[in-house]
Design a protein around this ligand. Structure first.
Ligand SMILES: [Zn+2]
Ligand SMILES: [Zn+2]
Length: 416
């Protein structure tokens, strides 16, 4: 592969380090086994991020970009960080686009009227919690998912503040109740879902990317007071075999499935690399408290974080805040392996712990730092009739249906 198009994951991921996001820095040492796994040793800050097999990752990214950027017309199929321009039409009249960085001309998926009608039927079935399992239905779903993704953003709705949350859903694999890892990002201003991904990969992947399918979930702290929950989550990261080895439960695919389940860390890097190519101008990322989320976001936005134009935050919330309620500080703590500075904020009906992960901790209105846009979608999904059948569907179908459901959510539930 031409290495101009590679994503470099073996970089320092420390917010304040001069090597943040820098590939092949002269003071890197690898592999370093000091923490019990192969790591990249950063000579500047001493951090030890786990090493990736970059060649296998890039084979996977190439497929991801071709499908989710090229086919949807949202970016260069090779993953360039560049503008697209119109480039005429092909013989059958489909508009073509060209990447201004690499010059590649390509044709996004075109949707005709017949496909539109079938898509409407599909949405109606989803809304009623029905799924048709035949070849035509799968083709319609495939096209509808690409179309829905292409509608997640447009030039009229620029996105500058993004909230990202993760959750799991059951799917029908080798056994019942296997778990799929889902990542959802929403525009913190409009509430629209801007991207949803899972750790199901429809194409085969290299061994280093695979999720061990019979993994037991490491118990995560719940139902404990907020400060204790943050502390316990930090302990939970330390209990992993390496920081990015998320174990969220069993995820064995059926034997005839040609795809693969990837490690959540791979899905997260794919998610943020894709987001970066769609919304380069994001100023704020509000992240659920998961160290791998931070690592994937900061790797994708490293130049902007260094320049001070993009900031990352962890947020843990409980209760629902009334709009306009005043937040009062409830204390601050330095917590966990990374010694992040956490602040507690409270009002009459809600509390949250917030940690600024980049830049200086200056005054920033706490009401703005929230995962509420993601939480609203996840609650909507939990109550959706589709949830009655989703546990009987395979991971590929669920992944595509989630794109359709997110579009329906934006269309129906979020006022613009
Ligand atoms: Zn460093
Ligand atoms: Zn390109």
């Amino acid at each position: 592969m031409d290495n101009r198009f590679q994503v470099r994951l073996n970089v320092c991921k420390s917010g304040k380090c001069a090597n943040l996001g820098v590939a092949d820095a002269p003071d890197y040492v690898w592999p370093v086994f000091r923490l019990g796994y192969p790591a990249l040793g950063c000579g500047k800050c001493g951090s030890l991020p786990p090493l990736f097999n970059e060649a296998e990752c890039n084979d996977w990214f190439a497929q991801l970009f071709a499908r989710h950027l090229g086919l949807t017309g949202q970016g260069c199929p090779r993953g360039c960080m560049a503008r697209l321009i119109r480039y005429g039409a092909n013989r059958s009249g489909s508009p073509r686009l060209q990447c201004t960085a690499c010059g590649l001309a390509f044709t996004p998926l075109r949707v005709n009227l017949a496909a539109q009608a079938r898509r409407e039927q599909l949405f109606a079935a989803l809304a009623a919690g029905r799924h048709h399992a035949d070849i035509t239905a799968y083709r319609v779903l495939n096209q509808a998912a690409v179309w829905c993704e292409s509608q997640f953003s447009d030039a009229e709705h620029p996105v500058s503040r993004i909230a990202t949350q993760v959750f799991t859903l059951p799917f029908q694999g080798l056994r019942r109740q296997q778990r799929l890892y889902v990542i959802v990002s929403a525009d913190a201003d409009s509430g629209r879902v801007v991207q949803i991904s899972t750790n199901y990969s429809p194409w085969p992947v290299g061994d280093s990317l695979r999720y061990p399918s019979d993994s037991q979930a490491l118990a995560e702290p719940r139902d404990v007071p907020l400060v204790e929950r943050v502390r316990a989550t930090e302990q939970h990261f330390l209990a992993r075999s390496q920081f990015d080895a998320i174990r969220y439960g069993s995820a064995a695919l059926k034997r005839n499935d040609s795809g693969a389940m990837v490690r959540p860390v791979i899905a997260l890097h794919g998610h943020f690399q894709r987001l970066k190519r769609r919304f380069a101008a994001v100023t704020d990322h509000y992240l659920a408290h998961e160290c791998v989320l931070r690592g994937a976001a900061i790797t994708a936005w490293a130049p902007e974080v260094k320049a001070g134009s993009t900031h990352l935050w962890f947020v843990v919330e409980e209760g629902e805040s009334d709009a306009g309620a005043l937040w009062h500080p409830g204390g601050s703590w330095r917590l966990g392996w990374w010694n992040n500075h956490w602040q507690l904020w409270e009002n009459a009906t809600a509390r949250k712990m917030v940690a600024r992960l980049t830049g200086n901790s200056q005054d920033y209105p706490p009401q703005r730092i929230t995962l509420q846009s993601c939480a609203a979608f996840i609650q909507w999904l939990e109550r959706h009739p589709w949830r009655r059948i989703s546990g009987q569907l395979n991971a590929r179908v669920i992944s595509q249906q989630l794109a359709c459901l997110a579009w329906c959510y934006n269309y129906v539930s979020v006022s613009l």
